[in-house]
Design a protein. Structure first.
Ligand SMILES: [Zn+2]
Length: 348
């Protein structure tokens, strides 16, 4: 069934408080499909800023979708000024195929020789050129840019790392107050620039304050992560003056500023990776972070002690690609952990 409101460019400019659900359709058929993206709009009773929130540009990244569903349900439009537009499933084909990109995700992990970009978050351009012509992802980014994003006053793009990594909010230093207000306990200042062709890159280079958030894990829903995502969305709307009230921030936030120290942990032995820690745990200098046990004797054949007080940011045998199962059986040379040293840590 087609929901009324397809490609109504004035959807977010209507007056009258309320919530609407519609579909945004791409302009042309590309790679065999014309696509319809779900659009959820929360319109306040007074005119004001426009926030655009995108999620699931990559089909395995699901916690942003659930966060949007919760935030949309809980927004009270009678108390809103302006408008929030949510595009919760930017990649409706990849999500159905349980893969990051459409038509193929294997270009991420293996050398194929294919030169076509299939990563949606590298396909954002103000204007189409011959080098980024007709493709499924280009059709989607074009219509979203033209219809919503270029009109935005603030933008949030939700992604997800695998469960080897901690969730992380990221933004430019000039948007530090937005990043803090978002309220995730862990945030990093983007050191140079967002990746060229990414949604946040295009928005920021067009003067729209924008941030990105990785909501761990992929493929599955984690309730704590969804709660972080929902709070982040509500906080962003409060920070932008769309919702009333002050952003709710956690007691402790870890800031990873430019030049923060990292320690990559690589095993030099084969074995079973074990640890008493979970990602997000603080570790103190000299503490054993992880060990690798021999598959013959179960004796430790590799041990890593924290060189400084830091946060366990990654833990696990790095998968060989999002399409491979994670495993605690690891091999020499493999990255098995990452420590990050916050540049600031504290409350408010
Ligand atoms: Zn992503």
């Amino acid at each position: 069934m087609i929901t009324p409101g397809i490609n109504t460019t004035s959807l977010h400019r209507r007056t009258g408080a309320g919530k609407r659900r519609g579909l945004l359709e791409t302009a042309h058929v590309a790679q065999g499909v014309k696509t319809r993206l779900p659009v959820l709009i929360a319109q306040g009773s007074r005119p004001g800023p426009l926030a655009v929130v995108t999620a699931c540009q990559h089909g395995r990244e699901l916690n942003g979708i659930a966060s949007i569903a919760r935030a949309f349900e809980h927004i009270n439009t009678k108390e809103m000024t302006g408008c929030a537009v949510f595009l919760p499933i930017m990649n409706p084909l990849a999500i159905r195929a349980h893969q990051m990109d459409f038509p193929l995700e294997k270009l991420r992990y293996r050398h194929t020789g294919v030169s076509q970009n299939m990563n949606m978050n590298r396909a954002w351009r103000k204007n189409r050129t011959s080098t980024n012509s007709n493709s499924y992802i280009q059709e989607i980014t074009d219509i979203v840019w033209k219809t919503y994003l270029k009109h935005a006053d603030v933008c949030l793009d939700l992604h997800a790392w695998t469960d080897n990594s901690l969730s992380l909010a990221m933004g430019y230093k000039k948007h530090l107050s937005l990043l803090k207000a978002f309220g995730l306990p862990w945030f990093a200042v983007v050191e140079s620039s967002y990746a060229s062709g990414s949604c946040t890159w295009l928005a920021c280079s067009s003067g729209i304050p924008s941030m990105i958030c990785e909501l761990t894990p992929q493929n599955m829903i984690c309730p704590e992560t969804v709660a972080h995502g929902e709070r982040g969305i509500m906080n962003l709307l409060k920070f932008s003056g769309i919702l009333s009230g002050e952003p709710e921030r956690p007691e402790t936030q870890y800031e990873f500023g430019p030049g923060h120290k990292e320690h990559v942990i690589k095993t030099d032995a084969e074995g079973l990776l074990v640890s008493d820690h979970r990602i997000g745990d603080p570790v103190t200098q000299g503490e054993t972070v992880l060990s690798v046990l021999s598959l013959d004797s179960l004796k430790p054949v590799f041990e890593f002690k924290a060189p400084c007080d830091s946060l366990l940011f990654n833990l696990g045998g790095c998968p060989f690609g999002e399409d491979s199962l994670p495993s605690a059986v690891v091999y020499p040379g493999q990255m098995v952990g990452l420590l990050k040293q916050p540049t600031k840590m504290g409350s408010q």
